[in-house]
Design a binder for this molecule. Structure first.
Ligand code: SF4
Ligand code: SF4
Length: 473
């Protein structure tokens, strides 16, 4: 039921608010909604004529929430990120991350699984080709393609499928995995290792506490997760640690997760995903005390022993500003000290580097193009000065000889991304309008991952047609 724990009389719109379209968490009807500031926090109130009002916490730090929004350039044509005078595909942002769910089967049964994975179907190789052909007939390049599921590595033709995907113009292929199969199969590990230059693992690890594992994964997986990380290190696979963050459950472990990442030479990133009430999420969920984007940043910074501060994070400009925040940094050769780029660079001048670029490889390509553009426009000197200032920071000059050596440079680069997917309580239709993280159906249409999670889960994986327009009532 909608929550009315916070009565209207208690929340008065302070000095900031925005109108949007949300969802009633009971009937999923499109309803008028208001984002508003109340003291130090941002809330979303959705108003359903049939089921009443419901309120969800959107940001636990209003100042940070509003600061992160300043990095996103004004949109044109209702959602494009190209900027004035330019345009993407009919006003839509390009897809930065295309998610291909290749199975609804899994070797785990996590109670928090947003995909509700419990099936036995696997996408055929022909279907993979067909969907990607249709996608690339509309968009020539893709920064990231994510193979997901269920558990993608248990697909019986996983390596053949991976090779098909790698033949398309994709910067990086991410494999969204629980790691169990990689720890179990030396054959799989060596096959992945051969292809390691264009793949990264998105390997889930949310806690070092056995009881928290039981809550999040259904059982204690500490031994299996450790074996998976050891295997990935042996295979020299690039890894991002993906943590689901639940308020009061594991939000005190973000510092430990960060330090764990730095302790492994092949871990390049920490991805924090506030828990969402989708799929078969079975734990208690309170929309008023949930972990938010700014809450995850605050907790991580507070627990990072001074390594990170909130201002190291910038909004990702290619999607809606509420959809992601990130920081990129360089590590010293011991991987003990992180130098976050936004702390030393006027990020506002270089924000386009982050646009449509989740992968660092993609960002480097953008950086070269950006520098060249600056030189052509007579701004090269200031661009070079900025870059020189960054490289003059203690220890960073040692990075220069590593340019072109992907392995060594890779172990010196680290990113933290906070990605708050939406559920019906937190839904803001403007975010899906500007969405750059999309699924593709068997007719070649793409749909926002959030819309898919909220409206479409339960469809048959692998061959489900996703009707568009979406099922908004
Ligand atoms: S959350 Fe991931 S590992 Fe867990 S059941 Fe779902 S797909 Fe499998
Ligand atoms: S998937 Fe959701 S959170 Fe991510 S960009 Fe799209 S609308 Fe935003």
């Amino acid at each position: 039921m909608p929550n009315n724990d916070i009565e209207k009389s208690e929340i008065t719109v302070a000095d900031w608010s925005e109108s949007t379209t949300g969802l009633c968490p009971v009937c999923l009807a499109s309803v008028p909604a208001t984002l508003f500031r109340e003291k130090d926090q941002i809330y979303l109130r959705q108003q359903c004529v049939r089921h009443g009002d419901s309120t969800a916490l959107i940001a636990s730090d209003a100042e940070e929430y509003l600061r992160l929004r300043t990095y996103v350039p004004p949109r044109v044509s209702g959602g494009c990120c190209c900027g004035p005078g330019d345009s993407c595909d009919i006003g839509k942002p390009p897809t930065c991350i295309l998610i291909l769910e290749i199975t609804n089967a899994c070797n785990l049964a996590c109670p928090t699984c947003y995909a509700d994975a419990h099936g036995h179907e696997f996408m055929s190789l022909d279907e993979v080709r067909s969907r990607l052909d249709m996608f690339f007939s509309k968009q020539p390049l893709l920064d990231v393609l994510m193979l997901s599921g269920g558990e993608p590595t248990i697909h019986p033709q996983f390596i053949e499928l991976l090779d098909i995907v790698l033949n398309y113009p994709v910067n990086r292929v991410l494999i969204n995995t629980n790691g169990l199969r990689i720890a179990q199969s030396d054959t799989l590990l060596s096959q992945l290792s051969i292809r390691r230059r264009r793949i990264e693992l998105y390997l889930s690890l949310s806690s070092f506490n056995p009881e928290t594992h039981k809550r999040l994964y259904g059982k204690d997986l500490l031994v299996q997760k450790a074996a998976a990380f050891d295997a990935a290190e042996r295979g020299k696979l690039f890894v991002n640690v993906v943590a689901t963050v639940e308020s009061g459950v594991n939000d005190s472990e973000l510092g430990s997760l960060f330090r764990f990442c730095l302790s492994k030479p092949n871990i390049n990133g920490l991805i924090l995903q506030p828990a969402m009430n989708n799929g078969r999420y079975r734990n208690e969920y309170d929309p008023l005390t949930r972990t938010t984007l700014t809450g995850a940043i605050t907790n991580l910074c507070d627990q990072s022993e001074g390594a990170l501060i909130p201002k190291d994070f910038v909004g990702l400009p290619c999607s809606h500003p509420d959809c992601a925040a990130l920081t990129y940094g360089f590590l010293d050769s011991e991987r003990k000290v992180l130098t976050p780029l936004p702390r030393h660079l006027d990020v506002a001048r270089y924000i386009d580097l982050f646009s449509d670029r989740i992968s660092f490889h993609g960002m480097l390509q953008s950086a070269v193009a950006r520098l060249w553009e600056g030189i052509k426009c007579g701004q090269g000197l200031s661009s070079l000065r900025d870059i020189w200032r960054v490289l003059s920071l203690p220890g960073l000059c040692s990075l220069l000889p590593l340019i072109g050596r992907q392995d060594q440079l890779g172990s010196r680069i680290f990113r933290v991304v906070v990605k708050p997917f939406m559920d019906a309580h937190t839904y803001d239709s403007r975010r899906t309008d500007q969405c750059c993280t999309r699924m593709i159906d068997n007719a070649g249409n793409t749909v926002s991952f959030c819309d898919y999670n909220i409206f479409q889960r339960g469809s048959k994986a692998g061959n489900a047609a996703i009707p568009l327009p979406m099922l908004r009532k």
